[in-house]
Write a protein that binds this ligand. Structure first.
Ligand code: TMP
Ligand code: ASP
Length: 254
């Protein structure tokens, strides 16, 4: 594509101005970061896989009535999305204890939670995205009570859908992170799902082997990230065929 102006560059994605007003091009990079950028690597093919996996999940969520920013995939690494004002929260839904909650609350990894737990982190890299309560969110005006109500009910519906989707392909959805935005239409606006849903933003455990099929492979130096992400894409039926060759070539070169 002819390069449009860059609006924002994040750790794993770049946003470019879209072809029509109100649209944005979301470009998926191969970069992986963890622990607030202290760890960084390039995983060849990750952007292509996440673009396809996220396209599939957002499309399916759209079909069950979860409003979201996705319009269509444009290429191997790019998708067209609606421009939204991002609400500065990371919304985390947990079914099984893993990661930061184990450290914070002294829970063993793998403990099934009696009900899905919704947590909020304030999106501020310089503060390390601290966990915050609904009261913090309302007090500091990061979202209002109507938005919070929408966010929690959408997050729980997404969790129901995603848990079933993953169960059907032999994967346990341990936890995941969502971001929401305000989609303006005239003077009105609605809360919609934004960002991406991919193995970068979920914990996915293989039901048979217990193997991690997500970014924890990178965070914990387990290796095999691309193989795991490819396997998730393959089971979802969205493995980009042209890229299988690319990924194979990459493996040969290593
Ligand atoms: P945590 O256990 O580190 O809090 O992560 C919970 C889930 O949220 C896990 O699936 C990874 C995802 N996540 C992100 O996508 N981005 C982030 O910046 C963080 C901290 C977690
Ligand atoms: N994505 C976050 C970072 O770059 C944290 C993580 O996913 O572990 O620090």
């Amino acid at each position: 594509m002819s390069r449009k102006s860059k609006l924002y560059e994040g750790k794993a994605k770049i946003l470019y101005e879209g072809p029509e007003p109100g649209t944005i091009i979301q470009y998926f990079k191969d970069d992986a970061t963890a622990f607030n950028n202290q760890k960084h690597a390039t995983l060849a093919g990750k952007g292509v896989l996440n673009n396809h996996i996220s396209e599939f999940i957002f499309t399916q969520l759209g079909k069950i009535g979860v409003p979201n920013h996705f319009i269509r995939r444009l290429s191997m690494r790019e998708q067209l999305i609606k421009g939204v004002e991002i609400i500065p929260l990371e919304v985390i839904i947990r079914n099984i204890a893993a990661g930061s909650i184990c450290k914070r609350l002294g829970i063993d990894e793998g403990t099934a939670l009696p009900r899905p737990l919704v947590e909020f982190c304030y999106k501020a890299d310089e503060l390390g995205d601290p966990v915050v309560s609904e009261d913090h969110i309302l007090t500091f005006g990061w979202a209002n009570e109507y938005e919070l109500e929408d966010i929690v009910s959408l997050a729980l519906r997404i969790n129901d859908y995603m848990s079933g989707l993953m169960a059907g392909i032999g994967i346990t959805l341990v936890d995941f992170k969502l971001e929401f935005g305000r989609l303006y239409e005239g003077d009105d606006y609605m809360t919609v799902l934004a960002d991406e849903i991919s193995p970068d933003s979920c914990r996915l455990w293989d039901n048979k082997t217990g193997e991690k099929m997500d970014k924890d492979r990178f965070r914990r130096d387990l290796g095999g990230e691309i193989e795991a992400y490819s396997e998730v894409a393959r089971r979802l039926g969205v493995l980009p065929s042209a890229d299988v060759a690319d990924l194979d070539n990459h493996r040969k070169r290593k």
